[in-house]
Design a protein around this ligand. Structure first.
Ligand code: SF4
Length: 329
């Protein structure tokens, strides 16, 4: 394998950044693909948006914007690119398409789903609306376009409480994450009617695991995602969205930290905070990990896996996403 992957100016800059989390032997496999993808991106006027749970070679190697789902939705609406490649899961690519109906939106793997998004359908929401007439529906962005079409306003973990309170009502239907609903309920007086969806990654964490890590590392700061069970959040020092977590580490620079979330996130935040030690109990999201450099290259080259949403659903769903974007963080 050529050493050009360590001396080529653009590649060596990237490798310098991620060398603490990507071994040389892996870099030799990633580097040629990164080079090809970045060239193809320019040739086709494409932009790559990557979620915080994408692997470091994607997050730092080819992504133009790496962020949480709220920022990805907002950035998708601003881009001048002709093609958007969304490195994340299917609902994120659908959201990008809703925000940018004229653009071609591609996802490297159509089967990159989400346990939360698949926990609820449009029929389920219509049933809830019949059961609770007049009660507005707030849906987490981790839902299909069909569910968003039945929703008054979307939210992410970064702005869920703000969105619920923005409605000025005393009761809302909050979908589909039961634990996030629980977290919101603790932070607002508005009554929350929840659904029983869960994230298969965050529900695996237990308070005992977190407490044991604290016992072994008394100086540690523990930061949990609001999709975690309530006792895990109570056992943590802070709860926040993926961007909230990254911001906490950047600003507070704790000596040691545990991010109670998908474990690739620790690699990505580590790159930007070399003086912080990360403790990593590893829960990977199998859906996020379906996205690879090879699949990004193929989908951009062939312009395959395009996201299509029917006109009626898109028109209704877009309103709930736009309303969320207007509310912001
Ligand atoms: S981490 Fe959980 S919420 Fe995020 S995509 Fe994976 S299953 Fe869905």
């Amino acid at each position: 394998m050529s050493s050009e992957y360590f001396t080529d100016e653009s590649l060596s800059e990237i490798y310098k950044k991620i060398s603490s989390v990507v071994p040389e032997i892996e870099w030799k496999v990633h580097a040629p693909l990164i080079k090809k993808i970045n060239k193809l991106k320019k040739d086709k006027n494409a932009v790559i948006l990557a979620h915080n749970y994408q692997t470091p070679e994607i997050y730092h190697g080819v992504a133009d914007i790496s962020a949480d789902s709220l920022a990805l939705a907002i950035e998708a609406a601003k881009t001048n690119a002709d093609i958007i490649v969304l490195c994340g899961v299917h609902f994120m690519a659908e959201t990008a398409k809703l925000m940018n109906p004229e653009k071609k939106v591609l996802i490297p793997d159509m089967t990159a789903g989400c346990s939360l998004a698949s926990s609820i359908t449009g029929d389920d929401v219509r049933m809830l609306k019949e059961k609770y007439p007049g009660v507005p529906v707030v849906s987490y962005v981790n839902t299909s376009a069909e569910v968003k079409a039945e929703t008054d306003v979307c939210c992410t973990s970064a702005n869920a409480v703000k969105v619920v309170e923005s409605l000025g009502v005393d009761k809302v239907i909050f979908l589909p994450d039961h634990y996030l609903a629980n977290y919101v309920q603790k932070n607002t007086k508005v009554k929350i009617i929840s659904w029983q969806g869960t994230c298969i990654v965050h529900e695996k964490f237990s308070a005992k695991e977190v407490e044991d890590i604290r016992k072994e590392n008394p100086e540690i700061k523990i930061i949990a995602h609001p999709e975690c069970p309530p006792d895990v959040i109570s056992a943590s020092d802070f709860a926040g969205s993926t961007s909230g977590m990254a911001k906490y580490v950047k600003e507070k620079q704790p000596k040691k930290v545990l991010l109670v979330t998908e474990c690739t996130m620790s690699d990505n935040v580590q790159v930007e905070n070399p003086n912080v030690q990360f403790i990593r109990p590893c829960n990977l999201c199998p859906y996020m990990k379906k996205i690879t450099l090879n699949k990004i290259y193929d989908c951009l080259k062939n312009e395959s896996n395009e996201i299509k949403i029917s006109h009626n659903i898109a028109t209704m769903a877009r309103k709930s996403v736009q309303r969320m974007a207007e509310i912001g963080r």
